[in-house]
Each structure stands twice: as C-alpha cells, then as structure tokens.
Design a binder for this molecule. Structure first.
Ligand code: 5GP
Ligand code: MN
Length: 324
C-alpha cells in the first residue's frame, strides 16, 4: 500500500470534524462493515461522523455494532459536513442517485475494486486487498489508531463476507493475519459467521428455492446461470437485498468456471452478477458492457433490453471460456 498517499488520507480524515461516510447501493457486508468500522474509529477520536447508505440498514446486518448509525441518503447534506468519504464503491454513480445532486465533491475514496477510476480528491484503491474493511485495517495500523472491539467486528465482517468466508482468490496470508489481529482485538468469528451465514430468513430461503429451479448449465458444463423474475419477490416475500449470496449456488458446482445471475427488473432493466473461479476475468466482461468489479466477481446494470443484453453477456462468457 502507498504509505505517502495513506498518510495524506490519515491527515485528511483526522482533520474532519463532521465527516460523511458513504458506501454503495445494494450494500453488502463490506459496505456496512467499512462504513461502521470507520465511524467507530472516528467517534473514538472525538469526531462526529454521519453514515449514509441508500435505503439505510438492512435486517441481516443489524447485528453490527452501531447499526443504528446508518441512515438513508438525504436529498441534501448537512451544511457542517466537511469531508465526504466514499467506501467500497467502484463508481461515483453507485453511491446512489440522490448523491449525484449534492454540490460537495468526494474528498476521499477508499476501495479495493480494480475498476475504480478514482473519483475523489484523494483515492486509495488497493485491489490486492480483498475487502475495503482490510484496506481500512491497514490505514488504522499505519495511523496507530486504536481499533475497538466494535470496529474490529465491523472490519472482520467486511473481510469474511467479501472473501466468501476466506475462500476466494485474493485471500492470502496477509488477509488471514489481518483477520487474526481483528479477532485478537475483539471480533468473534463464530458469532459473525452465525449472523452472516446461518441466519437466512425464511423469505430469503423461499427466494433461493425459486431461483435454484431456474438453473441453466451450458458451455460444456463450464458455465451456469440463474434467473430472477420480478414475481419471485411476491411469491417468496423476500426483498431485493435477499439476493446476496444466491449466485454461490451455481458457482459451487464442480467444473463450473463462470456463474452468472440475471435479475429481470420490473422496469424492463437487467441486473447481472458474474463470478469466476479464476480462468476467466469477469471484470473485463462486465467492463465491456459498462459494469465493473473484480476479476473474480463483477456486475453490470442495463436500463433496458433485458433479454437481448442477457444473451450478449452469455455469448461473451462462451467466448471467454473458449479462449485457450
Ligand atoms: P454483486 O454480483 O455481488 O452484486 O457484485 C460483484 C462485484 O461487482 C461487487 O464488487 C460490485 O461492487 C461490482 N458490481 C456489481 N454491479 C456493478 C455495476 O453495475 N457496476 C460496477 N461498476 N460494478 C458493479
Ligand atoms: Mn467490498
């Protein structure tokens, strides 16, 4: 990690009285964990952070210490806001529609998405670290800021969820050392695992069953895809946030190199999730359609022509798999 740049970010963070912490739409464990992890540290230092994420907190991550600090995006920021920090968010747009009309620029971007163009005044983007929670951990270590048990729990949650429980590529000795240190500082691995992986709601489970039934296997059994139709939510009682992790069902099949999930939106749009076991770079597929993410996990959003775009993405996957 770039020490000089990290120091600039530490200095800027330290000087803010009313920092505003932001993360991406459709937030996951790393989005909530990063925002709350940083909020705990800044509060401990006597600063007054505010946390905004589109839609506010979701039930699954309510176990995180300080969960009530997360608020839905306001149309305008409080005037006293003196430093905007975007966490875990690969593009400016993914901070949420409402943020686009805010006049204040983004001061600091802290992220691990390789596709992040760096839309802040200071940008620390570290693709070698598999979660933004891990990037924050390094920043706090360099700053010698005390990591409280609450902050450790939040950062650990980011690490475990973004690495698929320390299974994905990108999990290395460094990741595990960071996780071990966070456990020493007060994160409880089995309690966090219980909350993140063993507490699926009945509605989420019902949605999973509907989606599992749509499986289609192709490309000589090297790829598989799932489909979510708009009426699945009504049938299951689940919400859009309940799709997190569903793609793992196809991706876990032996020999399947690329897994994809196509969600047909009620407005005619299409949301795509892509996962790769390593042979195919799904970030480059997603980027060619205007999306992004990482080599092993990426996404795209199309505003219209859902079926046509799904077919184009499936063709791109076939082509990528046929390369020697
Ligand atoms: P997921 O499939 O879990 O929604 O997203 C996988 C990864 O791709 C995440 O790291 C996420 O930030 C990124 N991603 C998902 N959708 C989009 C998108 O529409 N645009 C960009 N740039 N990245 C995305
Ligand atoms: Mn992340």
């Amino acid at each position: 990690m770039d020490k000089a740049l990290t120091q600039k970010i530490i200095d800027r963070l330290a000087s803010a009285q009313h920092p505003v912490l932001l993360a991406h739409i459709r937030p996951d464990g790393d989005a909530f964990g990063s925002v709350l992890g940083l909020a705990h540290i800044l509060k401990e230092r006597g600063q007054n952070p505010t946390c905004y994420i589109e839609g506010g907190m979701i039930p699954m991550y309510r176990f995180l210490p300080g969960a009530d600090l997360v608020q839905d995006l306001p149309s305008q920021l409080p005037e006293k806001s003196d430093c905007l920090i975007a966490l875990d968010t690969s593009t400016r747009e993914r901070l949420g529609q409402k943020t686009l009309s805010w006049p204040q620029p983004i001061d600091i971007v802290i992220d691990h998405h390789i596709s992040n163009p760096g839309y802040g005044k200071l940008n620390l983007i570290v693709p070698e670290i598999p979660a933004t929670g891990g990037v924050l951990f390094e920043i706090f270590q360099q700053a010698a800021w005390k990591i409280t048990p609450a902050a450790a729990t939040c950062l650990y949650t980011g690490l475990t969820t973004d690495t698929g429980s320390f299974r994905y590529r990108g999990t290395d000795a460094h990741t595990l050392h960071a996780a071990a240190t966070l456990v020493e500082l007060g994160a409880d691995p089995s309690e966090i695992a219980k909350q993140c992986y063993l507490s699926i709601t009945h509605e989420r489970h019902a949605l999973r069953r509907l989606v599992s039934d749509t499986i289609s296997i192709k490309d000589n059994k090297k790829s598989a895809f799932l489909t979510i139709l708009p009426d699945f939510y009504k049938k299951s009682g689940a919400k859009s946030e309940d799709t997190e992790g569903i793609i793992e069902d196809v991706f876990s099949i032996q020999g399947v190199e690329v897994g994809s999930l196509f969600e047909f939106m009620p407005d005619g749009g299409l949301r795509v999730s892509l996962r790769s076991k390593g042979k195919v770079d799904v970030n480059s597929i997603a980027s060619s359609f205007g999306g992004g993410g990482h080599k092993a996990a990426a996404g795209i959003r199309f505003a219209k022509d859902a079926e046509k775009n799904r077919d184009l993405v499936l063709t791109a996957i076939t082509q990528a798999l046929s390369k020697p």
